[in-house]
Design a protein around this ligand. Structure first.
Ligand code: ADP
Ligand code: MG
Length: 269
């Protein structure tokens, strides 16, 4: 069984006056250690699907299983990184990370404050921020704040990392650096984390993912196996034939020119 199993999932947003079907009958499996990118036009339901995986949104129909257990809320097996960093502005980088570690252990094992700070320091070093660990978020650039957010998520040692356009607000050059950093952190772990990464940037998706889930409004249009060898280097991508052919296929899909659609779970393109 896959690590994440999404079965016949539908979600309708309900308010007093109206209802809106955001996801309709989605089926998807994500394997342990897989890096999956969700792409698709704005409003097609990417963040909604991530919210369901996070456990903040309850499906209207269908189920999500993680490790064979149906989820009914957030859990310490999952951590989230959003576009807007969401760090506490009054806490230093170090304290933001340590605080998250302590919170993630709440209700399970207790962790000593000093140990949480030690882990925080390790992870801030892994993202290259040792020198900045005592700075407040407002004293850091956007790229640095996102490094802190990544360190914070990883330091809680979740099995699954959910990322919603984490580099969407970051300039192109810094984004390249952060993509490489994320791939390096992911590859460094003996037991790789499972990552579900939302983006609307096709090149980012091809560069990062094992598998691209191309969404259309309310559902999945196509699943693509990337099959580009790792480690991947940004500067080598443009001369990679597979990268170039995937890129042009995806550009066509985005502009709705494709006729040939491979069904969910199929061999991919
Ligand atoms: P994406 O992340 O792909 O841009 P979303 O998952 O945020 O898309 O939204 C999917 C659709 O659901 C959109 O049409 C959006 O307007 C709608 N939607 C999102 N949140 C709500 C909400 N709380 N109430 C009603 N409709 C919503
Ligand atoms: Mg979104």
């Amino acid at each position: 069984m896959a690590l994440i199993e999404i079965k016949d999932l539908s979600l309708t947003y309900q308010s007093d006056k109206s209802s809106f079907d955001a996801l309709n009958d989605i089926n998807l499996q994500i394997e342990k250690g897989e890096f999956v990118c969700l792409i698709g036009p704005s409003g097609c339901g990417k963040s909604t699907l991530l919210g369901v995986l996070e456990g903040l949104l309850e499906p209207t129909r269908g189920q999500v299983f993680i490790n064979d257990k149906e989820i009914h809320g957030p859990g310490s097996d999952r951590a989230v990184v959003f576009q807007n960093y969401s760090l506490f502005p009054w806490m230093t980088a170090r304290k933001n990370v340590a605080f998250a570690i302590i919170e993630s252990k709440r209700g399970t094992e207790k962790i000593k404050k000093a140990d949480a700070y030690k882990i925080a320091d390790e992870y801030l070093e892994r993202v290259g921020l040792s020198e900045y660990k005592n700075k407040l978020p407002g004293e850091l650039s956007g790229g640095m704040q996102q490094r802190v957010a990544i360190a914070r998520a990883l330091a809680c040692n979740p099995e699954i990392l959910l990322m919603d356009e984490p580099f969407g607000a970051i300039d192109a050059k810094t984004r390249d650096v952060l993509q490489q950093l994320l791939l390096r952190l992911w590859a460094e772990d003996k037991e790789k984390k499972t990552i579900v990464f939302v983006t609307h940037d096709l090149e980012e998706a091809i560069f990062l993912a094992d598998k691209i889930v191309f969404m259309e409004p309310k559902g999945i249009k196509n699943i693509i196996d990337v099959r580009i060898e790792r480690p991947r280097l940004k500067e080598k991508m443009l001369s990679n034939d597979r990268y170039r052919s995937l890129r042009s296929r995806l550009v066509k899909m985005f502009s709705n020119e494709d006729e040939e659609v491979v069904l969910t779970g199929g061999a991919g393109i």
